[in-house]
Design a binder for this molecule. Structure first.
Ligand code: KE4
Length: 428
């Protein structure tokens, strides 16, 4: 494939944007080579600036669960833009999407919209600290909750991919209030709760981890966390930026049956525009300004344009819950097909999957936490990534990411992907 135009654009971008990108993981640093510049996208396909076409398994890192340029979302945004994009005042559409989200997701009475997943999780932790009047939080090694200081302590996603688990610029004062536990390891959580009795405001996690590749919770893990939170009077925050409205209408809470105290959203809730949100039952959310003392704000929070995209997306998912069954079936089909050809080609691998999230790990042992995720063979992953790219398949440029299946993917697209995996892996 020819990537001349993308390389030219990358050179120009690097002169005025750090690393030529506005988010590090896009820079291909973990897999080498220059990132591709996309010109447009439709349905399951991306088209780069050199005219190459790709079957897309990133879907903007999750938001485009119904595929690119989904017509109801596009027309909602176009119509809304004609009436103005943001007023800095309350608007009816914010109430409409809030009412719909509250009706779709268990255990939430109120929701506050922000502009990114990072804002959602950062605000949720501040709310938990304010509500409980405690300073410490527990997070899990390898879980990524965005780039606010309290979380860049062995973060997953981009930070781990760069091999810099602790980011410069995060103060010791901040880091001391973030305690690290191991995913799928209840003992590591209980130890921290015992050692810091009365000091911990919340536990935050991705209920299904997506930033170490896809790592589902072991049976009993989330249930055990719920019990520990009740026992130690600590709030349980589900970071559902990835899983929210993706794994089910009600996200991971619906899929697992485990209740969170605060739920964070991003990606799908914005339909491809910048929207994040956090939500909880009345008594917690009413602790937020202007009704309560915990301050949180945003110029473009709830802006009509982003709300129009998000509302159109949620309305589509709400009226056709069969989409989730179709997505899960497509993801299972892809899983079985990829595993069959990798096994036939004697490639050591393990595949994790839940709902429409899947990840391929070039490791023998089961990948069930950050440590086991880090054992994957990165050299093999690099060959896998570039080989698939050469064959028109676009997966995440990092072994610590998840593939996001969209409903726009056809079984022909899945078969083409399996054929490409077979062709690429013969040379491993
Ligand atoms: P944003 O601030 O990027 O909207 O959301 C942060 C975030 C929070 N929580 C979870 C579970 C997330 O996965 C994310 C962001 N995900 C990454 C991909 N793994 C976004 C891609 C990027 O950083 O460019």
């Amino acid at each position: 494939m020819e990537y001349k135009r993308s390389s030219e654009l990358f050179s120009a971008a690097k002169k005025v944007i750090p690393g030529g990108v506005n988010s590090p993981v896009r820079a291909f640093s973990a897999v080498g080579g220059d990132p591709l510049f996309m010109k447009e996208a439709k349905g399951a396909y991306l088209f780069d600036e050199d005219g190459n076409k790709y079957i897309d398994y990133i879907n903007s890192w999750g938001p485009l669960i119904l595929g690119h340029a989904f017509e109801p979302v596009v027309s909602a945004v176009v119509e809304k833009a004609k009436k103005g994009t943001s007023f800095g005042t309350p608007t009816e559409i914010e109430t409409s999407i809030a009412e719909l989200a509250v009706s779709m997701v268990p255990n939430i009475d109120k929701i506050r919209f922000v502009n990114s997943g990072t804002e959602a999780t950062m605000s949720a932790v501040r709310l938990a600290r304010g509500f409980k009047n405690r300073e410490k939080i527990i997070k899990f090694a390898g879980c990524y909750h965005g780039h606010s200081d309290s979380f860049l302590i062995q973060a997953g996603s981009g930070a781990v991919t760069f091999g810099t688990p602790n980011s410069p610029g995060v103060t010791a004062g901040t880091a001391k209030d973030t305690l690290l536990a191991n995913f799928n390891d209840l003992g590591s959580v209980e130890n921290l709760l015992k050692k810091n009795q009365g000091e911990i405001a919340c536990i935050i996690l991705e209920p299904i981890a997506g930033n170490m590749g896809c790592i589902p919770p072991k049976k009993g893990f989330l249930e055990g966390l719920r019990e520990l939170c009740d026992q130690y009077d600590v709030l349980l925050i589900f970071d559902e930026v990835m899983t929210g409205f993706r794994l089910a209408k009600g996200g991971a809470q619906e899929l697992t049956g485990v209740d969170a105290d605060i739920v964070c959203f991003g990606k799908v809730i914005g339909g491809g525009l910048p929207v994040g949100a956090f939500a909880a039952r009345h008594e917690i959310m009413d602790y937020l300004a202007p009704t309560g003392p915990v301050y949180q704000a945003g110029t473009l929070s709830g802006n009509p344009l982003a709300m129009a995209a998000g509302l159109a997306m949620l309305q589509e998912l709400d009226k056709s819950p069969e989409i989730y069954k179709s997505l899960a079936e497509k993801t299972e089909y892809l899983h079985k097909g990829i595993s069959k050809v990798l096994t036939r080609n004697n490639v050591v691998h393990t595949i994790n999957r839940i709902g429409s999230m899947i990840s391929v790990h070039f490791a023998e042992a089961e990948v069930m936490d950050f440590k086991s995720a880090a054992h994957g063979n990165n050299e093999t992953f690099r060959k896998f990534f570039h080989g698939l790219l050469e064959n028109g398949i676009y997966i995440a440029p990092s072994a610590f990411e998840t593939w996001f299946i969209s409903e726009a993917l056809s079984y022909e697209d899945l078969d083409a992907t399996i054929v490409a995996v077979d062709k690429v892996s013969k040379g491993f």
